[in-house]
Design a protein around this ligand. Structure first.
Ligand code: ADP
Length: 627
């Protein structure tokens, strides 16, 4: 009876056990010490995808994640030594290939003389994955999240510390606070603890201030990282503070920007002080905020007399000039940029100087200010005045000279005509003149012609200078005019056996003053002949470029050295080449090219020349706009 009742009890308790096993969510396993499963509860199917009969008889170690094996075997050895219970977390392989996080609690039991392991395996995948996601998040953020106990020991720090301060989580937790912060920051932390972590505050569940500190932390590489730290107390369910939770954010960029601002402010200050001008800052109401040391030198008022006062109060300018100053400030407010102004400044001692004033807007500490730079330009003004007077005198002298030349030339014309006239008369009337006498009279007449030419050029050039010339232009054929000129110099060319090659367009219609352009072409042509040796060629060409017609006259003559090139278009720019060994003319007045260039320019054209050097010939060009 007792036997059957005891076996019944056993049966009952086995059934109860079975019910319990079936109703819990954990897997219960029993295994030999070598790891072979002898029992596996049905939850193995829900958690690991295996039916118990599939795994009973297999070695449990087969299902462990390789990375977790060392941990597990060491725990297992512990368990055998101590008998348990021992707890371990590891990953086990699910039938479909993924890993499941398990928390296992195992004990060694003796059954009928057999030593066995009994363990309860709980699925903790969801918790672990959530944690992992959080870790991942905390590792990637740019802030460090941490918790401390009340003795400044770190209890948790997010993996993001590695990116920000170079330390791993383990390294950071192991370091004492004194190694983490600069001495200055440690002082700040000490003060914070003293003021806030008081026994009273620790107990007061309503005392939850958000504390903010700017601290400097050491990076693993030794550099100092400026951070902003926000701290909050952590309280247990009884409301007692047991630690602090904080967020550390690096503010390197902000600090750098602040530093740059500081530097640029310093730069501005040094420019402000070292400027040779008076520099003042006034606010939009006209109150002088600052001034540099040159204020006194230029305005006569001490800097201190200005600062704090309204700028308008000082009788610095006449009404008219004050209006200019304030008009400029108004322009600045409207966003326009005013020009520097030249003003008459009344200094404190009553003296008046000329200044140049320029105003601009500067923003200092978020305030809009006018920066006014004042330069003493009295010396420049005086120099300008002197120069103006000198220029006036020079102009007068130049006018006088032109007037004289023009008058003298006109005066010369009459006696010259008389000389020429009488010479002609002698030739006609006196038949008894012998050959020598006739030659002499012809000499007089030749001289008259030359002198006439020079006088004509002198009159022409003085007309051009005093702009007395009126340009009457007509649409004409330049080609025809060139041909006419060539014809006229043919006899001169013949005396030097020079060939003139014409390579110009048949019809070149432009607008010009025929007499004047005739003079230009004849001058260039006769120069080309005069300054070329015998038996050479002159080429005349026309070319259209953009909106101009360009005429070129190329000779194989004496050419120009670099020095000679400089003066050629000057008035009286005659170059003496008697010693050149070349048989060239030497009787010119040095006015021809000067006049020619002026005429071409009056026609909105250009004149220039090229020469590769002495005896290498030269090419003269002039251009006229085409219609
Ligand atoms: P000039 O009446 O003396 O010829 P220009 O003004 O016409 O005056 O010329 C100035 C100087 O330029 C001349 O004295 C001459 O030496 C030089 N010159 C002008 N044309 C040529 C040329 N085609 N080849 C070489 N020299 C020239």
């Amino acid at each position: 009876m007792s036997n059957s009742s005891s076996s019944k009890e056993i049966k009952d308790s086995n059934e109860k056990l079975q019910v319990i096993i079936n109703h819990i969510q954990d897997i219960i396993i029993e295994s030999e010490l070598n790891g072979i499963f002898t029992y596996v509860s049905p939850q193995a199917y829900d958690i690991l995808g295996y039916k118990p009969e599939e795994v009973i008889g297999l070695n449990g170690f087969k299902f462990i994640h390789p990375e977790d094996l060392p941990k597990l075997t060491s725990k297992f050895t512990n368990l055998i030594k101590s008998g348990g219970p021992v707890q371990v977390e590891y990953r086990a392989l699910h039938k479909d290939g993924h890993y499941v996080y398990l928390s296992a609690k195992g004990t060694i039991v003796k059954q009928n003389g057999n030593i066995k392991l009994i363990a309860v395996l709980r699925d903790i995948t969801r918790e672990r994955e959530t944690e992992q996601k959080y870790e991942l998040l905390a590792g990637n953020i740019n802030d460090i999240i941490w918790t401390n106990d009340l003795n400044t020991n770190t209890t948790y720090v997010s993996p993001s510390i590695k990116n920000i301060l170079g330390y791993t989580v383990e390294e950071d937790i192991a370091r004492p606070i004194t190694e983490k912060f600069t001495p200055e920051s440690l002082k700040k932390i000490g003060k914070l603890i003293k003021n806030h972590i008081t026994p009273k505050n620790i107990k007061d569940r309503n005392y939850n201030p958000v504390l903010r500190l700017e601290l400097e932390q050491y990076h693993k590489n030794g550099s100092i990282i400026p951070c902003e730290v926000t701290v909050n107390p952590m309280r247990n369910e009884k409301g007692i503070a047991f630690g602090l939770v904080g967020i550390t954010r690096t503010i390197t960029k902000r600090k750098e920007a602040e530093q740059k601002l500081k530097e640029s402010e310093q730069k501005y200050r040094s420019l402000f002080e070292s400027s040779p001008n008076a520099v003042g800052l006034i606010n939009t109401k006209g109150i002088v905020i600052q001034g540099n040391s040159n204020i006194e030198k230029i305005f006569g008022y001490k800097k201190e007399e200005f600062v704090g006062q309204n700028f308008r109060k000082f009788p610095l300018f006449s009404k008219e000039h004050s209006a200019i100053v304030f008009n400029n400030l108004n322009k600045l407010i409207k966003g326009e940029i005013p020009e520097p102004q030249e003003l008459k400044l009344h200094k404190k001692d009553g003296s008046v100087i000329w200044v140049s004033m320029i105003a601009s807007i500067v923003r200092l500490k978020k305030e809009t200010l006018f920066q006014i730079i004042t330069q003493d330009i009295s010396k420049i003004k005086n120099a300008e005045k002197i120069l103006k007077e000198q220029n006036k005198e020079l102009q007068e002298v130049s006018n006088l000279k032109t007037e004289f030349l023009s008058r003298a030339s006109h005066e010369l014309k009459t006696p010259l005509a008389t000389i020429n006239g009488y010479a002609e008369l002698i030739k006609l009337k006196d038949e008894k003149l012998n050959q020598d006498q006739l030659k002499m009279i012809e000499g007089i007449q030749k001289g008259c012609v030359r002198l006439e030419g020079i006088i004509h050029k002198l009159i022409e050039s003085s007309k051009l200078e005093t702009s007395k010339i009126e340009l009457h232009t007509k649409e004409e054929d330049l080609s025809l005019l060139i041909k006419l000129c060539v014809n006229e110099v043919k006899s001169l060319a013949k005396t030097r056996e020079i060939d003139i090659n014409l390579g110009i367009a048949n019809l070149i219609l432009t607008k010009f003053n025929e007499d004047q352009i005739y003079e230009v072409i004849s001058n260039l042509l006769s120069n080309a002949i005069k300054y070329s040796p015998h038996n050479t060629i002159i080429n005349i060409k026309s070319e259209i470029k953009d909106t101009s017609i360009i005429i070129s006259i190329k000779d194989r003559g004496i050419g120009f050295t670099e020095d000679e090139k400089i003066t050629i278009f000057n008035k009286f720019g005659k170059i003496a080449r008697e010693s050149s060994g070349f048989h060239v003319f030497s009787e010119g007045s040095g006015l021809g090219l000067y006049i020619s260039k002026k005429i071409v320019e009056l026609h909105d054209g250009k004149m220039w020349f090229e020469s590769e050097g002495r005896n290498k010939g030269s090419t003269f060009y002039f251009s006229l706009p085409i219609i």
